[in-house]
Design a protein around this ligand. Structure first.
Ligand SMILES: O=C(O)C(=O)CO
Length: 316
């Protein structure tokens, strides 16, 4: 077998995804910094591309272990685990897998909003556990259609969410760097406090990373108010999680529907204890179809690079 040119840097790949990477060229797996350090120097010298996945940081010192590294092909739209500035400084290209997951992420955001507003999870238990049969009605829940939705971050995923919510007759407000050509929708510049103050639902769809750390601040949560609900399908870091927990515990906001967390997969016990929080295991893109498309796009980027062709979805 030829010497490896691709490093598999994560153990989060499924068998199919790993096989697809391995079809792009000779591959070696080293999923921890220690394992990479322990690779023979000749192997490290041969690595031209990394196939990355999940949240394990890939930083400058990791890149320096591979002096001939040219590409980090990430599986995922969010690439906050990769130090892109460090990569650029070393002439290393980074790719991600945008767009192919927009619909699924938007679907999950809407599903969480419906589940939260219509108390669907409790309703299921109500039937299953015989509470309904014993004569008790589920307490009245909350109407979603026609309410006001705020999309924090009107990028491609934000737009897919907004389009769905518009179909529910909801009033659409948003933040983004520039105003979109969407007559009737309300732009709040980059002011998330103004956005939160104008809506019933605050849906977080900004990109992750240092720039958006704590973007939904204590002030934004206060502006959302006691009838407001936060929905997060972006990154845990995009909300000040301590402020969120404090606002939920004090009933200063009505609730939260969360697919992402600060310290995933370990969710803060205070969130788990609250009955005003709907929790999901970071599964927004987790359908068979979309995960396959993400894997194919990651591998198309690897293949393009190794064949000297232009990258399909470059980040830098
Ligand atoms: O692709 C990503 O970055 C995701 O987190 C999908 O939910």
């Amino acid at each position: 077998m030829s010497d490896p040119v691709i490093l598999l840097s994560s153990d989060a790949f499924t068998d199919d995804e790993r096989a697809r990477v391995m079809a792009q060229g000779p591959t070696v797996a080293a999923v921890t910094p220690e394992a990479r350090q322990a690779l023979p120097e000749a192997v490290r010298q041969g690595i031209r591309a990394v196939a990355n996945k999940a949240h394990m940081p890939f930083d400058g010192p990791q890149m320096d272990l591979f002096p001939n590294l040219e590409l980090i092909a990430h599986f995922g739209v969010g690439y906050d685990a990769i130090d892109v500035a460090a990569a650029s400084a070393r002439g290393i290209r980074v790719t991600n897998t945008p767009d192919v997951l927009n619909e699924d992420v938007a679907d999950l955001a809407v599903a969480m909003m419906l589940a939260f507003s219509r108390d669907i999870i409790r309703g299921d238990a109500w039937v299953r556990e015989g509470t309904w049969a014993s004569g008790r009605e589920l307490p009245l829940n909350r109407k979603m259609s026609g309410a006001r939705a705020g999309i924090a971050g009107m990028g491609r995923i934000g737009r897919a969410i907004a389009d769905r919510l518009a179909a529910f007759g909801m009033e659409i407000h948003y933040t983004s760097r520039s105003e979109k050509q969407t007559p009737g929708w309300h732009w709040h510049g980059n002011d998330v406090v103004s956005l939160a103050g104008a809506v019933d639902w605050l849906v977080v769809a900004v990109v992750g990373g240092e720039e958006t750390r704590g973007y939904v601040s204590k002030e934004a949560l206060a502006a959302l108010g006691s009838d407001g609900v936060v929905v997060n399908i972006a990154r845990g870091s995009c909300i000040d999680e301590e402020a969120l927990i404090a606002a939920l515990e004090a009933r200063e906001i009505a609730g939260a529907a969360l697919d992402v967390f600060y310290n995933e997969p370990h969710v803060d016990a205070r969130l788990v204890a609250l009955d005003t929080v709907l929790l999901q295991p970071h599964q927004a893109s987790a359908t068979v179809e979309t995960r396959r498309d993400m894997s194919v796009l990651q591998c198309d980027n690897l293949a393009a690079h190794l064949a000297g062709r232009a990258l399909l979805t470059p980040v830098n």
